[in-house]
Design a protein around this ligand. Structure first.
Ligand code: NAP
Length: 516
């Protein structure tokens, strides 16, 4: 069986024990084993500081952008190979795999273009400045400079390439070396991607290192110039945030966690109309894309009571048309969950939701997968529930069932009530609304914008790709439960890796500091 390796201190490290076995989630066949036993994390951390950091600092934004461009190109050239690994290890269909693999390449390309636009600069001025005294002899400007530490990126199981690529794009462009750690159970794609990049010899030594397996004492080594960029569940985020050494270190921590995202149908979206149809198509897509294993998947569906019967009927029709099974079978339109543990957690989650909601579609039990060996595979068919009283329900607003599972929540049709129900989720990555009524939409946005990272407005005039799509040019993250972090959004995505400094003094001297 293949043994996955870590890439640290300029060479590959193969562990000698404590292995976890990676499975094909459709067949349960072993694919590889992974462990980080024997890794010297202090040496890897020093290698990043002493080699990767100075090498990146010697480059301008434009030159670092060129590195990202070459990374994007190298990964795109191996797209088919990476898609196959994604299918085998993550259980993705071709479309779902593309979301990860092509999405990762697109992020790198986006930040490469931003680097090119920044050109020879070595710092980013946030403003032209303003007079702090009585004349320009006392002026102030805000400037962002690269932090002189190490960025540790811990990524989630569902986006092994996109997670690695988007964090690397932002940290490397900002000038920080990165140590990346993919989720162990689905590390095949990330390990191969780093191998492709290492073979291509694009990056300076120490700019991008890879840990496959546990992180040992790495997080306890972090200091005030370092960054921990975490993506994963709210529970893991809580455990990591609370580590005493990390709290004491002063390291910057950016968290992208899970979220009980909501879609709200407005009462004006009549059945059969384009906005109603868009709502049905988007919601069904968000429930089933990547088998619902997306942080941005819709978990709560608010429907006005006047439209509930029509919306339920249309959604059930879409969901029952989904073919769940092994993605290597061409009939299949939705793959399995990624691991046995995730399936067990999803079945338990559906059982907990059923204590306060009725099953509308799906059985709540493990499914047989089309094209999969009998009794094998971590399959769950699309599952729709209905909580008659959204105000009494608790689990629906608090428990992320990381699977193709969502719950219908009937409401009055008033935007104010919808906003209050959405807020029970404690902060979301995305809230979507479907309406052609400007006043109704404005009322909902006004009352939900503070509690979500993104408001997605679907209407007959909108050409959006659905609320789950994350664009490098548009901010990703969300308040509260969603982690409170920010990523992407163009140059804003560099923020965690840059230090803001207020420069004060005589204007011409300050401007001279920023002259190219
Ligand atoms: P997870 O179980 O929370 O794990 C996330 C990462 O944390 C993995 O790499 C995991 O490594 C690592 N980890 C766990 N315990 C650790 C520890 N004590 N020290 C260091 N690292 C540790 O989440 P997941 O199952 O991989 O991913 C699914 C979750 O991520 C969902 O809740 C989803 O909503 C969320 N997610 C959020 C976003 C976002 O942008 N907001 C994006 C994608 C996914 P091991 O695998 O080695 O345990």
């Amino acid at each position: 069986m293949k043994t996955l390796r870590s890439h640290l201190c300029g060479r590959w490290h193969e562990a000698d024990g404590d292995f976890r076995t990676l499975l094909n989630p459709s067949t349960e066949e072993p694919l590889a084993r992974a462990s980080s036993r024997g890794v010297d994390f202090a040496a890897a951390y020093r290698f990043a500081l002493e080699h990767g950091g100075p090498a990146l600092a010697a480059l301008s934004f434009g030159e670092r952008g060129e590195l990202l461009k070459a990374m994007s190109r190298a990964l795109r050239e191996r797209r088919d190979e990476l898609l196959t690994l994604s299918r085998d290890n993550n259980g993705t269909t071709a479309g779902d795999g593309s979301f990860d693999i092509d999405g990762g390449g697109a992020c790198l390309a986006h930040y490469a273009a931003l680097g090119r636009a920044l050109g020879a600069r070595r710092a980013i001025a946030e403003d032209e400045g303003l007079m702090l005294g009585k004349s320009e002899s006392f002026w102030g400007r805000h400037v962002l400079v690269p932090r002189r530490g190490v960025a540790v990126a811990i990524n989630a199981s569902n986006f092994p390439l996109w997670g690695l690529a988007e964090k690397a794009a932002q940290a490397l462009l900002a000038g920080m070396p990165m140590i990346a750690k993919p989720a162990t159970a689905t590390a095949l794609v990330a390990e191969r991607a780093v191998e492709i990049l290492a073979e291509a010899g694009i990056l300076p030594e120490g700019a991008l290192q890879l840990v496959v397996g546990e992180t040992g004492d790495l997080l306890d080594l972090l200091g005030p110039q370092d960054v921990l960029a975490f993506t994963g569940s709210a529970d893991t985020a809580l455990a990591l945030r609370g580590r005493p050494a990390l709290l004491a270190s002063g390291a910057r921590v950016n968290v992208e966690a899970d979220s009980l995202n909501a879609a709200v149908l407005a009462p004006d979206a009549a059945p059969g109309g384009p906005t109603f149809d868009r709502f049905v198509r988007d919601v069904a897509h968000e429930i089933t894309q990547k088998a619902g294993q997306k942080c941005t998947a819709i978990r709560r569906i608010l429907v006005p009571r006047s439209l509930e019967a029509a919306a339920t009927e249309a959604l059930v029709a879409q969901l029952t048309g989904v073919v769940t099974g092994d993605p290597s079978d061409e009939r299949v339109t939705m793959g399995p969950l990624a691991t046995a543990g995730q399936l067990a957690a999803a079945l338990d989650g559906v059982a907990r939701l059923r204590a306060e909601a009725d099953l509308v579609c799906g059985s709540g039990a493990r499914a047989a997968g089309v094209g999969a060996p009998t009794g094998k595979g971590f399959f769950l068919a699309p599952t729709l529930l209905r909580a008659a009283d959204p105000w009494a329900a608790r689990a629906v607003h608090e428990l992320e069932v990381f699977a193709p599972v969502a719950t219908l929540l009937p409401y009055s049709g008033e935007a104010a009530e919808a906003a209050q129900i959405v807020a029970l989720g404690g902060g979301t990555l995305v809230t979507s609304l479907y309406s052609d009524d400007q006043a109704w939409g404005a009322a909902l946005v006004a009352d939900t914008a503070h509690a979500t990272g993104r408001c997605y407005w679907g209407s007959e005039r909108s050409e959006g790709l659905g609320s789950g799509a994350v664009f490098p040019a548009s901010m990703h993250g969300g308040p509260g439960r969603a982690g409170g972090g920010e990523e992407l959004g163009g140059l804003g995505g560099l923020r965690p890796y840059l230090q803001k400094v207020a420069l004060q003094g005589e204007r011409a001297l300050l401007d001279g500091l920023l002259a190219e």
